[in-house]
Design a protein around this ligand. Sequence first.
Ligand SMILES: Cc1cc2nc3c(=O)[nH]c(=O)nc-3n(C[C@H](O)[C@H](O)[C@H](O)COP(=O)(O)OP(=O)(O)OC[C@H]3O[C@@H](n4cnc5c(N)ncnc54)[C@H](O)[C@@H]3O)c2cc1C
Length: 435
Amino acid sequence: MNQKPDAIIIGAGLIGCATAYELTKRGYKTLNIDKLPAAGFGSTSNSCAIVRFHYSTLDGATMAYENYFYWKDWENYIGPVDERGYAKFVECGFVIFRNGDPSEQNFINLFEQIGIPYETWSLEALRERFPIGDLHSFWPPQPIDDETFWDEPTTPLTGGIYNPQGGYVNDPQLATYNLMQAAQRNGGEFLFNAEVVEVRKENGRVSGITLSDGTQIDAPVVVNAAGPHSFIINRLAGVEEGMKIKTNALRREVHHVASPKRFNFNQDGFVFSDADNGIYFRPETGNNILVGSADPECDPKEWVDNPDEYQTELTDELWKTQVYRLARRIPELEIPTKPSGIVSMYDASSDWIPVYDQSDLPGFYLAVGTSGNQFKNAAGVGHLMATLIDAVEKGQNHDEDHVQVKMPYTGVVLNAGFYSRLRELNTESSNTVMG
Ligand SMILES: Cc1cc2nc3c(=O)[nH]c(=O)nc-3n(C[C@H](O)[C@H](O)[C@H](O)COP(=O)(O)OP(=O)(O)OC[C@H]3O[C@@H](n4cnc5c(N)ncnc54)[C@H](O)[C@@H]3O)c2cc1C
């Protein structure tokens, strides 16, 4: 192992590996350190890995659309890999159920502005393509113990918005492994089963890290890409106080159920945004459906104080909440007696928009607060982080003169200041996982 890297990246999840790959392309000798045994074994491995473009902000939607092209070009972007092969982007299309909420027009305006292809579907068109759906509105979502929960809905949805380029990535852990291999090819190194317990400083600058076994590794640049542990690393570095936007770990469950047999969800299904009903859902291998929460206001948030000790079993309450909501949308759904799914955490920021930034400690950088919505963006985030780090290390004061990042596929220039830790809470944000 190189004992004097140019940059240490704490975390080898999707964001840490993408940042490593992009830094190595710019000539940095990187070292990713992760306390788990392999790349992408943290929250990334539980990601639904949905690729969609309807964000509430122009910058959010622009970044998401740029990353569609990374996924389309994945094999070329990554280069040669070993026998495990490449993660696959399944471009099955994305449907947003419409119930007349004003956010729908905002999404359409952003699609128009950016040039993201979309179609508006009538209720009839939606019914044709999703024949197993109950296309009534369930708004507002209710807790399952609310006495109105099973009330017969009476108001129809108004139709759908369809993005043909939406979809999902079939194997988030493999996508991370792909990025790790690409970084390694450029000389990037990885240290696993190693926990960072100290961020060291010297002369007012970061100077390296210390591991739990006492090993010290020095580097002029340290990047926090610790996912749901990001707030702990920020406290170790003493930079949390200087951030207007904070990050915290938020517990999440995603559940798996079989699709009704008469509809081949894998072949004919889409990824669905069903905020009307408090959920999102997508096809999963073996004619299954994967269902997660769209963060309706009525559901309590489960903040986690200690991400190393949290409830990792599925709970009956959340299982019923998400699967019963899905059963309202798909009345033929058979509800299994045994819950199945995953428990994981988001690294949620104060306004559900990430922090990609420098920090108050020179040399210490932040790739945090991914808020359950940055899987799709990882490669573009790696590009943004590496461009930002390189510019700041060469003397630019990003807090005063925001780094402008030209994105390689669409050619659009993103203002990295959008992700600043010093921003006011973004009032355009949905304040949900939608970003
Ligand atoms: C259930 C779920 C569903 C999601 N669905 C979607 C989706 O559909 N679409 C989308 O775009 N995004 C989605 N996301 C979000 C996306 O998956 C995350 O934003 C992304 O995977 C975060 O990657 P990361 O590298 O920041 O974090 P992680 O993958 O968690 O990596 C952080 C790493 O840091 C390591 N680490 C932490 N502390 C230390 C330490 N002290 N020392 C050493 N190592 C340390 C951890 O072991 C971990 O491996 C979802 C997330 C979850 C949890």
